[in-house]
Write a protein that binds this ligand. Structure first.
Ligand SMILES: [Zn+2]
Length: 284
């Protein structure tokens, strides 16, 4: 981790901002949330069960539907989601040693047995094929689509390069192809807009890809955060039954997410919450 800090510093805020592109960037207030030791449970083998994931019905004219959170029928369920961001033009940075993955976070989610939805870019899957394969074959997880390029799908979006409208559906299909190429099996037809930026035109252009767009109601605030307690506090203060939380799975620009999850998960469970995947939240 430390060896990459100088690189990030050199790259400057503008370039680095292209990595996470505001997938929930805020300035959380500092907090005094106290970390507690997670239960150490051995990860048991989990069977792969094929089940068709639920989707939201398209709007008029096949317009891409948008899912933001579960209904109250979900009960005390909450979905933690992690955006595995890597932009199409960040290959050189990865080659220089910058890490857009976060294996320790994935290992922690396994250790704590937290069902999670990973919104992965196709470029990320190409850079980390072994990890994408492992994630995509572990029933604890499901891989959802975060575009291939992580470019902006709608106008000015945190400085991301703009994707032309006619390239929107092909870009999303290219990400699904990247997941297939690494042998990922637990792939769901959900899509998260880079930066969460979208408009009616983007929803129309996305319609041929036949996905359900997934936003969130709770911003984790882990992008560029340096205080895990503050991230944990922000999440814990905002979660309500049926919440959908956006966090990140990329060390490059979300270095404290693992520590934050270590605080968030035991506290949510203490409050009686079940942690579920987006597909489970959508099912209710
Ligand atoms: Zn993103």
């Amino acid at each position: 981790m430390i060896r990459y800090a100088p690189l990030r510093a050199l790259l400057g805020a503008t370039l680095v901002s292209l990595t996470l592109a505001g997938c929930g960037t805020t300035s959380p207030a500092s907090s005094s949330a106290s970390p507690s030791a997670p239960p150490a449970r051995a990860a048991a083998p989990r069977p792969v069960v094929a089940q068709r994931p639920p989707t939201v019905a398209p709007g008029p004219g096949g317009l891409t539907p948008v899912f933001r959170r579960g209904t109250r029928d979900a009960g005390k369920a909450v979905a933690l989601t992690f955006d595995a961001d890597m932009t199409a033009d960040q290959g050189k940075r990865a080659a220089r040693g910058e890490r857009f993955d976060n294996p320790a976070l994935i290992a922690l989610l396994r250790r704590l047995e937290v069902p999670s939805t990973i919104f992965m870019t196709g470029r990320w899957a190409e850079e980390y094929p072994a990890q994408a394969h492992e994630i995509g074959n572990d029933p604890l997880f499901e891989i959802a689509n975060h575009s291939y390029s992580h470019y902006s799908f709608a106008g000015d979006c945190y400085g991301l390069p703009r994707l032309d409208r006619e390239r929107i559906a092909p870009d999303v299909r290219r990400a699904f192809a990247a997941f297939r190429a690494v042998g990922a099996r637990q792939v769901v037809p959900y899509f998260r807009f880079p930066g969460g930026c979208y408009d009616a035109a983007a929803l129309r252009a996305l319609a041929p890809a036949r996905v359900t767009a997934v936003q969130w109601d709770v911003v984790g605030g882990d992008a560029f955060a340096t205080d895990a307690d503050a991230v944990a506090r922000q999440v814990l203060d905002a979660v309500t039954p049926g919440s959908l939380v956006v966090l990140h799975c990329t060390r490059s620009a979300a270095p404290v997410t693992e520590d934050a999850v270590l605080r968030i998960v035991p506290e949510l469970r203490k409050r009686g919450y079940r942690l579920v995947k987006v597909s489970d939240l959508m099912r209710r």
